[in-house]
Design a protein. Structure first.
Length: 258
């Protein structure tokens, strides 16, 4: 079935009509004939491609509120969804088609990036502070909280201006124990330009928590070593003192002495 893309000048079609397939590439209408026979082998490469493409589309749906703004003006001339899916497919997924949140970019643009200087999280509210630096006063902060544990995202657009220097947001109560990533980027409502998004902070990373616990355990063990050495030295001192002294009658004569 064919679909239409409404354009101020013309109306473009997508889909198949009869023996022809209509599609749009970079806002240009293209037509090709339908293949007489579809070759669809389930080779390892094609299976991996389908898995990767499916994962890219699922992730794009998760961030449906963020990418239309972040990829509104992209250098590739694609529509925002296509540009975002392409970015996920080629840059944000691992070889196993799993998302690497630190490589994900919710926006790509020319504005000065968000530079966090301090983050405070008390379990319910997250406070972000950033360097004022250069940039236009009309730039507004956009924040996306991605729940890596549940696979959901919340996007908040144009919260405060660049000159404010800080912002506080509330974390959902049922998310406070989950693994979260907080993405930030600037958006200029006048020019519709954006900055490239950055991961401002990461909350409740289980790998970091396990490492912190292991480091704490190791630190406490190292602190206990001097005490262990102290008690061991006391035990050895008492053991040595319990040996018979040379002048005592309990001394055993040397076998080589006359």
């Amino acid at each position: 079935m064919a679909t239409t893309l409404h354009n101020p000048v013309t109306t473009k079609f997508q889909g198949h009509v009869g023996p022809y397939i209509y599609y749009v590439v970079r806002n240009q209408q293209r037509i090709r004939s339908m293949p007489s026979k579809v070759h669809n082998p389930r080779s390892p490469k094609q299976t991996a491609h389908r898995t990767r493409f499916s994962a890219s589309n699922s992730l794009a749906a998760t961030f449906r509120d963020a990418y239309p703004l972040g990829y509104h003006k992209n250098s590739q001339g694609l529509d925002p969804r296509s540009a975002f899916v392409k970015h996920i497919y080629h840059e944000a997924l691992s070889q196993d088609s799993l998302l690497d949140p630190n490589r994900l970019k919710l926006s790509q643009g020319s504005l000065v990036i968000f530079q966090p200087t301090r983050t405070d999280y008390d379990g319910s509210r997250l406070t972000l502070r950033w360097a004022l630096g250069s940039g236009q006063s009309a730039d507004r902060l956009c924040v996306c909280v991605y729940n890596y544990t549940r696979g959901f995202a919340e996007f908040r657009q144009d919260l405060v201006s660049r000159g404010e220097g800080r912002v506080s947001i509330t974390i959902r109560e049922d998310w406070r124990e989950d693994h979260l990533y907080v993405y930030c980027f600037w958006h200029n409502p006048l020019t519709h330009k954006v900055s490239t998004s950055v991961v401002a902070t990461e909350i409740n990373n289980p790998d970091t928590q396990e490492k912190t616990l292991a480091d704490l355990t190791k630190h406490l063990y190292n602190l206990s070593i001097p005490w262990k050495s102290y008690f061991q030295s006391r035990y050895l001192r008492k053991l040595i003192q319990s040996f018979p002294k040379p002048d005592t009658p309990n001394q055993v004569p040397h076998p080589l002495k006359p």
